[in-house]
Design a protein around this ligand. Structure first.
Ligand code: ADP
Length: 536
């Protein structure tokens, strides 16, 4: 550990909390810039909502959510409208403070008027969400799933999912919410950190029983009940990929700001914790994404009142050790070196083969045995040969990978959803100043002009008004006051607005796609022209 930083460069930096720990110019960091901000309850809800606007059916795995305080009137109006159209609808809502974790500050309500708007909401923004009243129960208890996902790279997008996860159980038998039981956290909230304080919490060394189990043990139970477990897994994979697709546009803005292209910098990867709730009909619903999932493999045991001891937790160990081990295997810098060396050896072998038969006999034998060994190999003399000749692959004897690649493996099925990514690429192109995340008025004008979006119906004065209107509204929401200008979400709103204006009759996602194609076409033509002029 280097709590005060470290001068010599490392291959891998394993940061405790976020990307911003110190200046890093090479290697790999286990955090992406901006990830902590992106998975906060409000930011995640906004990012998913943008995708819900474009692809409502594909993104119906996230409960309907409103952002407080600014959307409180909208929340009241929409709930009233839905109740009017369906009087039998008796919803429950869950209020979650932004940036909270471990169930902190969460409460359930039956009606928008129950929201504690006094002070706390004003000073502490929150998300209010439709409460999933009919979760799948096991042993009459509500539970959720924690799945570990490795975002190995943003560009190109590479996603891995761990084959096993954790199931965290409530400690009071579940009943659908009523005014009487709304406050019973041990019945409604699955957080380990809360339920551990219940007298009913069961620590178990067996992965099939207790208040924390492996997800695979639940799948076995479901499979024996005749459930379609394969379909469930494929729904979960699709939920994970779609959620990451919702996060990538803004992550790319943060990335280019912290690690500008063309300058020395590290690459990033990150282990994320996905919290998923299964509905009674086995549909997985996303609860939240955790940028710093706990990797503890111990739990606290109260030996006597107030006296705690850390004891190993076999369930945590089984799942988490594999996740960390495989993450290191996948990002292993030596692996890439070994691959390069192997290619080098292969090419040398063929050359040597032709010119120096005698050398080949001596070397090839070594080479064959050490295909995965060290890069010094080709220069190795007899002493080294002895050492390397018996070197086994560092991965020999390790279990097969628990992390399974799902992207780009399933890219073909999901690439059509990546529209906002392309909008973000336009946004980044016009940001101008390196290190910034917001677009100034000149950048926005240049975007409109270069993409040929202004015409007699849409003058440059209207462009300025659009910029000012949207930027002012987004900045008044108090998201990020550090920089002035238009954030990506505001740009996306402006872009959707322009798309609707230009392609009136199409569904929104087709309007947006058509406008992206239009902009990309004009920018490519412009680049071509500049290239020709440059040559001239
Ligand atoms: P935190 O970050 O504080 O843990 P979560 O969003 O994970 O916040 O919510 C805490 C718990 O509340 C979840 O583990 C889950 O049991 C329950 N929960 C959250 N949202 C919903 C929902 N929409 N419907 C039903 N239960 C929910």
């Amino acid at each position: 550990q280097f709590p005060f930083g470290r001068r010599l460069p490392c291959d891998i930096y394993w940061h405790g909390v976020s990307f911003h720990d110190n200046d890093i110019f090479s290697g790999q960091v286990n955090k992406f810039p901006g990830m902590t901000e992106m998975v906060r309850k409000i930011t995640l809800s906004r990012a998913v909502r943008t995708m819900q606007d474009l692809f409502p059916l594909e993104y119906n795995f996230y409960p309907r959510s409103w952002i407080l305080p600014e959307e409180f009137p909208l929340f009241v109006a929409e709930v009233r409208m839905m109740k009017d159209s369906d009087p039998s609808w008796k919803p429950t809502f869950i209020v979650k403070p932004d940036g909270g974790c471990q169930g902190d500050g969460i409460y359930l309500i039956k009606d928008p008027s129950d929201i504690r708007l006094t002070g706390s909401i004003q000073s502490r923004p929150a998300v209010v969400q439709e409460y999933i009243c009919k979760p799948l129960l096991v042993d009459k208890l509500k539970f959720d799933i924690r799945l570990y996902v490795l975002l190995k790279s943003l560009e190109p997008l590479e996603i891995y999912i761990a084959k096993d996860g954790l199931s965290r159980f409530c400690t009071e038998p579940y009943q659908e919410p009523t005014l009487k039981n709304l406050h019973q956290v041990f019945m409604h909230l699955t957080n380990y950190s809360l339920n551990i304080h219940s007298g009913n919490f069961i620590h178990s060394d067996n992965v099939n029983t207790g208040s924390k189990r492996t997800f695979s043990s639940i799948l076995c139970r479901l499979s024996s009940r005749g459930a379609d477990v394969k379909k469930l897994w494929s729904d979960i994979i699709s939920l994970v990929i779609k959620t990451i697709i919702a996060l990538t546009p803004e992550l790319k803005v943060y990335y280019q700001s912290d690690i500008p292209a063309g300058k020395p910098g590290p690459t990033c990867f990150q282990i994320l914790g996905f919290d998923i709730l299964l509905m009674k009909n086995l549909k997985p619903m996303l609860l939240e994404v955790n940028a710093n999932p706990s990797m503890r493999i111990e739990h606290e045991q109260e030996l006597s009142p107030g006296v705690f001891k850390n004891v190993p937790s076999p369930v945590d160990e089984e799942v988490k050790v594999a996740v960390i081990r495989d993450t290191l295997r996948l990002v292993d810098p030596q692996k890439k070196k070994r691959k390069d060396v192997q290619q080098h050896i292969e090419s040398c072998k063929s050359k040597i083969n032709i010119r120096y038969n005698y050398l080949m006999c001596y070397r090839c034998q070594t080479v064959e045995h050490v295909s995965e060994a060290n890069e010094e190999l080709l220069d190795a003399g007899p002493a080294d040969r002895r050492e390397y000749g018996t070197t086994k692959s560092p991965e020999a004897g390790l279990p097969s990978l628990c992390l399974k690649q799902v992207f780009p493996k399933y890219a073909k099925q999901f690439n059509y959803l990546r529209l906002v990514d392309r909008v973000a690429a336009l946004f980044i192109r016009f940001l101008g100043v390196k290190g910034t995340t917001k677009l100034g008025p000149t950048g926005f004008r240049t975007f409109v002009r270069n993409c040929k979006l202004s015409n007699s119906n849409f003058s440059m004065a209207s462009v300025d008004i659009l910029y000012i209107d949207i930027t002012r509204r987004w900045n008044s929401m108090g998201i990020d006051h550090k920089e002035s200008g238009m954030c990506l979400q505001a740009f996306v709103e402006a872009f959707f607005c322009l798309a609707q204006k230009k392609y009136k009759s199409l569904p929104l996602h087709e309007q947006v796609k058509s406008l992206i194609d239009f902009c990309e076409y004009h920018l490519a033509a412009l680049d071509e022209k500049r290239l020709v002029c440059g040559r001239g």
